[in-house]
Design a protein around this ligand. Structure first.
Ligand SMILES: Nc1ncnc2c1ncn2[C@@H]1O[C@H](COP(=O)(O)OP(=O)(O)OP(=O)(O)O)[C@@H](O)[C@H]1O
Ligand SMILES: [Mg+2]
Length: 231
């Protein structure tokens, strides 16, 4: 598939959307055309799916909403359960089809996962299976809070055990204070063995264009090598 990144996190609510949109702005600054995708969004608030709106706003080119989010669900609960409540089924094939449409219209597509890496999408498959089928390098957003070391290391293991590449990780300060924050970041620097893309402080103004300069933007062409020619 084309050039892109799959954004996962140590949990739900750790800053995946913020980092995904920051990354999109960073890629745009490098002169690339960029689209975002939130393939599965669970939870409509005030008639809107905020993540989908944010990914569309951060894009450099327009794209139909049904490509950006082929599976928008009403309830803010685990996606496969939300889908079941609506008599729907989250299918990876439909998401891949939407992704391949997006990939034709931009140099890079940033895909935000849903919840944490192993969140179920249906009775058999998880967000990790989606990342594998998309074959995208993964970026891990670590929400800095107690427990994040375990969650970050488990997620990195789960990424690598599927032979996906961990293109980097971001430390995101999701609370005004966190005891031993520096030591926690150091612990991950020593153990994650993946590029550290930056840290985002706890902020009042969460504009993605302000996040981009805080991140080392990975090169999508380096991380998504062209498939080798068949003999
Ligand atoms: N660095 C930060 N400073 C202050 N607030 C933050 C920061 N990062 C994230 N938040 C807030 O935390 C909440 C969760 O962030 P975000 O929506 O990006 O997480 P997510 O991982 O995408 O969540 P979801 O799993 O629902 O998609 C949001 O309200 C966001 O504004
Ligand atoms: Mg999100």
């Amino acid at each position: 598939m084309s050039h892109g990144f799959f954004i996962t996190g140590t949990d739900t609510g750790v800053g995946k959307t913020l980092v995904a949109c920051g990354l999109m702005h960073g890629l745009r600054r490098q002169g690339l055309s960029v689209l975002g995708m939130k393939p599965v969004a669970a939870g409509r608030e005030n008639g809107r799916w905020e993540d989908v709106d944010a990914m569309m706003a951060a894009a450099s080119v327009p794209a139909p909403r049904e490509w950006v989010c082929p599976c928008a669900l009403e309830e803010p609960i685990a996606p496969h359960i939300a889908a079941m409540h609506e008599g729907r089924h989250i299918g990876i094939d439909a998401i891949l089809a939407a992704y391949s449409h997006l990939a034709r219209f931009a140099d890079a597509v940033v895909v935000e996962g849903v919840g944490g890496f192993l969140v179920p999408l249906n009775e058999r498959e998880t967000a990790a299976d989606l990342a594998v089928r998309l074959a995208l390098p993964v970026i891990l957003v670590v929400g800095l809070r107690l427990g994040c070391l375990n969650h970050a290391l488990l997620t990195a293991d789960a990424v690598r055990s599927r032979r996906l590449r961990l293109a980097g990780w971001v430390a995101n300060q999701i609370a005004p204070s966190f005891d031993a924050q520096e030591e926690n970041i150091d612990a991950l620097l020593q153990r994650l063995d993946a590029p550290f893309l930056g840290r985002i402080p706890f902020l009042d103004a969460l504009r993605p264009e302000l996040i981009a300069p805080m991140l080392r933007i990975p090169d999508p062409f380096e991380w998504n090598p062209a498939p080798s020619a068949k003999p």
